[in-house]
Design a protein around this ligand. Structure first.
Ligand code: SF4
Length: 218
């Protein structure tokens, strides 16, 4: 089945012609605009239709100073009729990004560190990370070892703003019970520290931490 292309040009053209003021960077808008674009798609020439929509947005219905007086839709375009050309399409700023704070524990024991592969239906599925919690690390855990804390490090995603702190702890003997019984190591495995950065991929925020040289493990 042929699909209607939905790029920035198409969003703008549809938002203006139909006078749609749903912020285009929201999941709701994506559904709404896709359904509309799909309904308008010419089934006899979908490729030509898609190209024409994108070209029209790039050449005539441009982000600033669109060619309204030359436009074939000027007598039907809601944005033009309602004097909203300059404000459509609408984008929602900032508010949509959900803020999350990740607390990573870097537990170093006999040249090994604990890591796990993210497998939940969440961001960064398939990438690796250190044991992580989104609730602040308790004093009990921090007192289990002298933790070196680094951060904040930030990574912006389309709908989320991630802030990360890293708690580096070295245990010459065993990992203390406070940590093994906390559930933080669920799904983790140990890996020689020297192999860590060679063989597995981390999210950008962890790479930023590595690049900051805050990590003291060798
Ligand atoms: S009239 Fe202006 S705003 Fe409306 S579709 Fe044409 S170029 Fe775009």
């Amino acid at each position: 089945m042929p699909y209607a292309v939905l790029d920035g040009n198409v969003y703008r053209v549809l938002a203006r012609i139909f006078g749609i003021d749903i912020p285009t960077n929201t999941p709701q808008a994506q559904k709404w605009f896709s359904a509309l674009a799909q309904e308008l798609l010419d089934p006899d020439n979908p490729a030509g239709h898609n190209q024409a929509m994108m070209d029209f947005g790039a050449i005539c219905c441009t982000p600033s100073q669109p060619q309204c007086t030359l436009c074939p839709f000027q007598h039907h375009c809601r944005a033009r009729l309602q004097d909203k050309v300059a404000i459509l399409p609408v984008k929602q700023k900032g508010a949509l990004r959900k803020k999350r704070t990740f607390h990573y524990l870097i537990l170093h024991h006999s040249g090994q560190v604990y890591v796990r592969k993210r497998s939940e239906k969440d961001i960064w599925k398939g990438l690796w990370e250190f044991p992580c919690t989104e609730t602040p690390i308790s004093e009990v855990l921090l007192s289990a070892a002298m933790a070196k804390v680094s951060g904040p490090f930030r990574q912006l995603l389309t709908h989320q703003e991630i802030t990360a702190f890293f708690y580096e702890m070295e245990f010459p003997d065993a990992i203390p019970q406070e940590i093994t019984e906390s559930g933080l190591l669920t799904g983790c495995q140990t890996m020689p520290f020297v192999e860590l950065k060679k063989n597995i991929a981390f999210p950008k925020v962890i790479d930023c931490f590595f690049q900051s040289k805050a990590l003291t493990l060798k």
